[in-house]
Design a protein around this ligand. Sequence first.
Ligand code: NAP
Length: 483
Amino acid sequence: MVSRVIPVDPFDLVIFGGTGDLARRKILPGLYRRFCSGQMPPEARVIGAARADHDDQGYRDFVRDSILEFTPDGRDEDGLERFLEHLHYVAIDATGDGGWEKLAELVRDDVVKAFYFSVGPSLFGALAERLYAHGLADRDSRIVVEKPFGRDLATARDLNATLAEHFDETQIYRIDHYLGKETVQNLMAVRFANVLFEPLWNSQYVDHIQITVAETVGVGGRGAYYDKAGAMRDMVQNHLMQLLCLIAMEPPARFSPDSVRDEKLKVIRALDPVEPHHIVRGQYDGAEGKNSYREDAENPRSLTESFLAMKINVSNWRWAGTPFYLRTGKRLKARTSEIAVIFKDAPHSIFGSEAGTHRNILTIRLQPNEGITLGVTIKEPGQGGMRLVDVPLDMSFADALGPDAEDPPEAYERLIMDVIRGDQTLFMRGDEVEAAWAWTDPIIEGWTTRGEAPKLYDSGSAGPEDAQMLMHRAGRRWREIKV
Ligand code: NAP
């Protein structure tokens, strides 16, 4: 199959925070990969901006080192040098006046103008104001905003209001990089481009859904931030909520930004408040040679959760009676992210009890090994009578689709190209973010009011025992956390 890379329009992309961790690890290596694929046009420019003093050459050297560090398998020295020629740098303080005139002179009017706010959220307002004051916030410019988008409904509203003073909603791209993953988009294609799944995609046929995002790392290095956030704010309110929306939403009328986002918003608004006994909060304990959460967070009395498991009901006609189970945590036994749609048992087994019980499970795997698998039940081969066995129908696509499917663009690079194209479908709208916080806030307030301490769990485990009980009480079990 022939690769079809369509170059985007010429652009100037300014990365505020162009020397930060996110720029070094994701944004700049991602842009380099898009350059190598031929998607970046020759006129495109990337302008790093931060307070540190660099000239263009100094910044290019800095970016070269980052790309060599974070794109180890994709080095092409000639290509890298040609990519670096597209880079510029302006020393700028988001909260001061220095550097802004130079930036305004540098950024061209006749190309797509995008400003990536890869800085702490406390600087978003200052950046928006200064872009406006220096004539850079015209109707065609776009801003890209990183998470966290607020820490509750009130702060998210404030942030939305601040950005709205100078930018229209159609110019604001709120990133949730989970939406940029190939498989997440494939989930929409599988659901809405095939007749097979949609008729079964409801509480009549689906027993329950499990969404798991498990990490093996702890919070060391970002403990100060994490301790004020916890798993709810860091993962559930944004990433897991977005995945839930894509699974639960009604088919949008068309694949356009507002059609898709309208349907996601309806799902968030249909979420029931969660009963306290449907939530398990955990905090990892120390293990041989490894810190406990409290040591990592440098807060010996921390009540912040590094693990969450919860049962959620979506109160609408499609999903009433089919719970969504969400689970995420740090220092778990494997690094894996997946969505599993567990279908109900066949209404009657003609093969008798010896055949055992078998269920179809559709697994959408985000990492590692992105892909979709459908578990089907067939006869076990051989002479031994009618014994049944579950086998995976693997839709990992690589064999059928060739090299493009083996090495799809990473989430960040795809999303940045969507910004340049002006396609907001995979970005969160302001009202979606607010609705997600409106659902999250009372849950967090409940924990705070009750002074609730998370349950300790062993590093390298599947989380606290109570999380298993959450499932067992309903006669269900979590899927194993494994690579
Ligand atoms: P970081 O490593 O601390 O980098 C911050 C960047 O902002 C640096 O380039 C810094 O350079 C610049 N900066 C700080 N104060 C500034 C000011 N007053 N004016 C202009 N530039 C300023 O942070 P990060 O990890 O890259 O994170 C950036 C944003 O992305 C944050 O909102 C974070 O929550 C979000 N995010 C990060 C990750 C990640 O993996 N790192 C993942 C998801 C979301 P100077 O100090 O030289 O100015």
